[in-house]
Design a protein around this ligand. Sequence first.
Ligand SMILES: Nc1ncnc2c1ncn2[C@@H]1O[C@H](COP(=O)(O)OP(=O)(O)OP(=O)(O)O)[C@@H](O)[C@H]1O
Ligand SMILES: [Mg+2]
Length: 309
Amino acid sequence: MNGNIGETADNREVLLNVRGLKKYFPIRGDQRKSVVKAVDDVSFHIRRGETFGLVGESGCGKSTTGRSIVRLHDVTEGSIEFGGVDVARMSERQLKPFRQRMQAIFQDPYSSLNPGMNVLQIISEPMEIHRFGSRTEIRERTLDFLERVGLKAAHAERYPHEFSGGQRQRIGIARALSVNPEFILCDEPLSALDVSVQAQVVNMLEDFQAEFGLTYLFIAHDLSMVRHISDRIGVMYKGRLVEVAPSEELYRNPAHPYTRALLAAIPVPDPKVRQGMPPIYSESEECGEREEWIEIAPEHFVSARRDRI
Ligand SMILES: Nc1ncnc2c1ncn2[C@@H]1O[C@H](COP(=O)(O)OP(=O)(O)OP(=O)(O)O)[C@@H](O)[C@H]1O
Ligand SMILES: [Mg+2]
């Protein structure tokens, strides 16, 4: 969905609107009842048909944000409007129709696919839960989706361990797509794959997006992975969003020092070399109370002190 930022993006309906999202995890066995503030006051929106990339270093809260949105976590605070309805505090019963509309694919399809089920069972399961027709209809739809993701009907009786990483990710995609979702959380779906396979999976996700009008929240460690598929990108740092901008704008004019550091790290995969990245400015200043969310260019927001801009 690249290349149409500005012209049409503004007119598209906001499908997902996240406001003040907080997810705190209690630290087990801690007498003082301290918490890990995994996500701390995060707000952003995603328009229908858009791909929103979410990047940041390990442990900054990307997965917790994604998993809270699709309600794999209970939420500590904030609202998550999906199609205009707040799902943040819904009960499991109320969530059921939303569980069909919001799907997820994960980094490690091996741990997210039940190893005791064959491919037919894995892909059929969500369709059975959401009553997508008779056994025969579901079986036909499963075989159809197997083919759509580039696998064969002959694969239907096999088990996850009989497939390569890329093939397993295709099975996960077929499973997610089978129930006609509107939104898919893609939590590092490429990170465990070989580079050549990554490109195939990206192309497939883009084709399905165009065909079904899908909306993606696409999580990755580094900016190079989301640059081309994202319309807009959010940069997370220690549980907070520090910058959001249209993809190319973020590359041309990164404003937050942490975004700059991430960009500088792109060609340097060696973690020892990465230690030479520009330092983030001191936490007391930059993660402090005095920061505001400032629009420095159309749709380009950065968390900063107004007197520093
Ligand atoms: N279920 C949980 N219980 C307690 N703490 C958790 C839980 N899940 C995540 N955390 C903590 O919340 C913080 C954010 O974790 P999260 O997995 O969201 O980060 P991430 O950005 O997805 O990292 P990565 O890039 O490694 O996947 C971390 O400090 C993590 O240890
Ligand atoms: Mg993660």
